[in-house]
Design a protein around this ligand. Structure first.
Ligand code: ZN
Ligand code: ZN
Length: 300
């Protein structure tokens, strides 16, 4: 990664943090309006689903198929989350699955020393350090060859900046539509833009850090992936991460009855509308078998 790219990565993390402080200061002073919270909620949900349903379950794991319009929409929304261009994101994530918690995993919190110091250093690396240092660089030729050969995926990847700006424009436009004033539009840009980017970034990064460190392991996956219940909603169901490592291609991550998974609800709604097809589902017997095997091993 070049110095310029590294500086951009640092800026993309630091600027929203500063603006979050500014937003909190304004909210404290009574300048927070319901329109700002609507902008935050709408943009967070749309961009969040862009990452989880689009970048992750559709493009990385091919958990379902859909037409070009929806592929473009999910790719655009995922890009608007500003977590990097599509093909780079997919390559890093596939490498993570291939080498999960082993040497070469772009963002494992393990293997960074012993004791509390090693744990904290590992969590910091998995959460943000690997991005700021830019030491991932997963080769797309090796990890995302299918997307390099896909004109639509290449287009989404090449127009990353456009979608990132479109996400900010959407927050601004929504604020203007709801408040009818320029000041209202700017305030919505702060909440639906900067605050949303900050919150969604750290929800996604928590999958890489917290979900490989804290939580339950109902399945034996050979790595440290975990299910973290309290993180399920803010991550749109991605925090059922041990489930996901056990069944990576499954479109549904919240496999249990009460495991909330808004990304799965979205995919299953699209399937019912005839807009998603070849949805990958895991047979209940297979789930039960893996659970029983893990329970048997831990009891032995
Ligand atoms: Zn993982
Ligand atoms: Zn995955």
């Amino acid at each position: 990664m070049s110095r310029v790219e590294q500086a951009i990565n640092v800026a993309v993390m630091v600027v929203p943090l500063c603006l979050l402080g500014f937003a909190a200061y304004r909210a404290w002073g009574g300048a927070l309006h319901w329109q700002d919270l609507v902008a935050l909620f709408v943009l967070y949900t749309l961009c969040g689903l862009g990452v989880t349903v689009g970048f992750h379950r559709l493009f990385t794991h091919r958990s379902f198929k859909t037409g070009p319009a929806l592929r473009l929409l999910f790719g655009a929304l995922g890009s608007a989350a500003i977590e990097g261009p599509l093909i780079e994101w997919v390559a890093n994530h596939r490498k993570h699955h291939q080498l999960s918690d082993q040497p070469g995993d772009p963002h494992s919190p393990h293997g960074h020393g012993s004791g509390l110091r090693g744990a904290l250093r590992g969590l910091a690396h998995a959460h943000l350090g690997w991005i700021l240092r830019g030491d991932a660089a997963s080769d797309p030729q090796r990890y995302a060859k299918d997307l390099l050969a896909d004109p639509l995926a290449r287009f989404i990847d090449a127009t990353f900046l456009l979608w990132a700006l479109a996400g900010l424009a959407l927050a601004f436009g929504l604020g203007y539509a709801l408040s009818g004033t320029l000041a209202g539009a700017l305030e919505a840009l702060l909440w639906g833009g900067a605050v949303r980017i900050f919150l969604l970034h750290h929800a996604t990064f928590s999958i890489n850090s917290l979900c490989h460190f804290f939580g339950k392991t109902p399945y034996d996956t050979g790595d440290q992936s975990r299910n973290l219940t309290w993180l399920a909603l803010p991550t749109m169901g991605e925090a059922w991460h041990n489930n996901h490592h056990a069944f990576p291609t499954s479109a549904r991550h919240g496999l249990g009855r009460f495991q909330l998974d808004p990304s799965w609800w979205t995919i299953s709604a699209l399937a019912r509308l005839g807009l998603a097809r070849e949805v990958v589902r895991v047979a209940p017997e297979r789930i039960e078998q893996r659970r029983a095997a893990a329970a048997g091993r831990s009891a032995a």
